[in-house]
Write a protein that binds this ligand. Structure first.
Ligand SMILES: [Zn+2]
Ligand SMILES: [Zn+2]
Length: 273
């Protein structure tokens, strides 16, 4: 199982010398298993670069699946910029959380159409199928996918992906208990328990959380405590705040104060599980 980070930033893309090392694209991680179609976790601006690398490696035709945690911009903005959709033979199946007032499909289609985008999804030569999910266990080819609703703002999923005894959990946006405590919701524990790699929200420092406790995210300290509590192999801190500099992220692992293997996810990083 090969994990590649194409976008690691939360909230909004950012650029400049202070963020060049870890990258400024928003959430997108690919999970590739030999002999299986690729699975993408989230379609932030990093998805555009996944599309470019796919084109270079395999040509313009793409068939695969995306698992979208939720509809905030930083998780879907790359969808209409995915260049393989220019090919009529490309097909992308996208699973996302059913909404309180309608379907995931309707919500995505409302964004990818005039006036917020020049054309509708139906006008791309390639096809996109949008499907609602909630708490599910399903197979994508030979890969098992577990989805669970997790605390954030609006309906939001986390995912656990397993194949041949290897596992990764992807919990990009997760509201830590607002009182700052380290308790772990049962749904998140189910996703993360014992995985080889946990990719988890680590947007805030503890002082920042004091001012933004209700903004839907976790502290780096909470991510470490949660990973330790769930017995994960490695923790990738993810969904970095757009204000977080490379120098600050360099210090994340050494400052984590944990026996766990902890690192800050960065664009271009490839992990073999
Ligand atoms: Zn986000
Ligand atoms: Zn969000």
């Amino acid at each position: 199982m090969r994990i590649t980070f194409h976008g690691v930033r939360g909230s909004t893309p950012c650029h400049g010398p202070d963020t060049a090392k870890y990258g400024g694209n928003t959430a997108c991680v690919s999970v590739e298993v030999d002999g299986e179609e690729p699975i993408l976790c989230d379609l932030g601006t990093g998805f555009r670069y996944f599309g470019r690398s796919w084109w270079e490696r395999h040509g313009s035709t793409f068939c695969g699946t995306a698992l979208v945690t939720h509809l905030h911009w930083d998780h879907i903005m790359g969808l209409p910029f995915f260049s393989p959709l220019i090919s009529a033979n490309s097909h992308l199946t996208v699973y996302g959380p059913r909404q309180e007032d309608g379907s995931f499909e309707d919500a995505v289609r409302r964004v990818v159409q005039p006036p917020t985008f020049p054309v509708t999804l139906d006008e791309f030569p390639g096809s996109v199928t949008l499907l609602d999910i909630g708490d599910e266990s399903m197979m994508v080819g030979d890969v098992r996918v577990l989805s669970r609703f997790v605390p954030h703002i609006g309906p939001t999923l986390g995912f656990r992906i397993e194949h041949a005894g290897r596992s990764v959990a992807y919990v990009s946006d997760h509201q830590q208990p607002v009182d700052g405590s380290f308790s772990v919701p049962p749904s998140v524990r189910e996703l993360a328990e014992g995985v080889d790699l946990l990719i988890h929200d680590a947007q805030y420092t503890t002082p920042e959380f004091a001012h933004k406790a209700h903004w839907g995210h976790s502290t780096q300290e909470y991510a470490v405590a949660l990973a330790a509590s769930c017995g994960v192999g490695r923790l990738a801190m993810f969904h970095h705040d757009p204000e977080r500099t490379d120098a600050e992220l360099d210090c994340v692992a050494s400052c984590a104060g944990s026996t766990l293997e902890v690192f800050a996810a960065r664009e271009g990083l490839v992990l073999e599980l």
